[in-house]
Design a protein around this ligand. Structure first.
Ligand SMILES: Cc1cc2nc3c(=O)[nH]c(=O)nc-3n(C[C@H](O)[C@H](O)[C@H](O)COP(=O)(O)O)c2cc1C
Length: 156
């Protein structure tokens, strides 16, 4: 679908391109419920399509986990918006990198997926985190998951 797609001034071609990746987790603000998450996903899908961004979003027990990949400038712009978005907080960047490779999720403008692996991903991030503010935020996120209703997230 993206082979028809060009953003002027970027190196956006199908196949290998310079891709920026941003992976983070965060906590949903009070009042952000399933319908609000559905609105976020719907908005993301239409905007990401226009900006060459793909990825996935997990939402469970008040915690977001999002994987974003796309042209460097577009991912940077989205990151700025995400950090400023009051619908979530305690945003912890788990990965931000640039490399020449194919997309992991070429057909997902922003797919909402189940969270079976989320706990393990967060534990891995905690095991390697050195910055104490990140460790503290990850611990708060894991504590929130542990008190949530979804049993599979509590299995370690
Ligand atoms: C958890 C979460 C995930 C989001 N994911 C995206 C996304 O993938 N793409 C997107 O355009 N906006 C996404 N948004 C919305 C952005 O934060 C922002 O509201 C939107 O990009 C418009 O930003 P702007 O007003 O700075 O243009 C997300 C918001 C939240 C809370």
């Amino acid at each position: 679908m993206y082979d028809e797609f060009r953003i002027p001034g970027t190196e956006f071609v199908e196949g290998e391109m310079l891709l920026a990746t941003f992976v983070y987790c965060s906590r949903a603000a009070d009042g952000v419920d399933d319908p609000e998450v559905a609105r976020i996903v719907e908005f993301a899908q239409s905007h990401n399509r226009a900006r060459g961004i793909t990825g996935m979003l997990v939402y469970e027990s008040g915690v977001f986990f999002q994987w974003v990949e796309g042209p460097v400038a577009q991912v940077q712009r989205l990151m700025t918006s995400l950090y400023a978005d009051a619908r979530h907080y305690d945003v912890v960047a788990l990965d931000h990198s640039e490399e020449r490779r194919e997309r992991l999720y070429p057909d997902w403008e922003m797919e909402q997926v189940g969270a079976d692996d989320l706990h393990a991903v967060l534990q891995d991030a905690l095991a390697t985190a050195e910055d104490q503010s990140i460790v503290a935020a990850l611990n708060r996120i894991l504590a929130q998951l542990a008190s949530g209703p979804w049993v599979s997230l509590r299995q370690t």
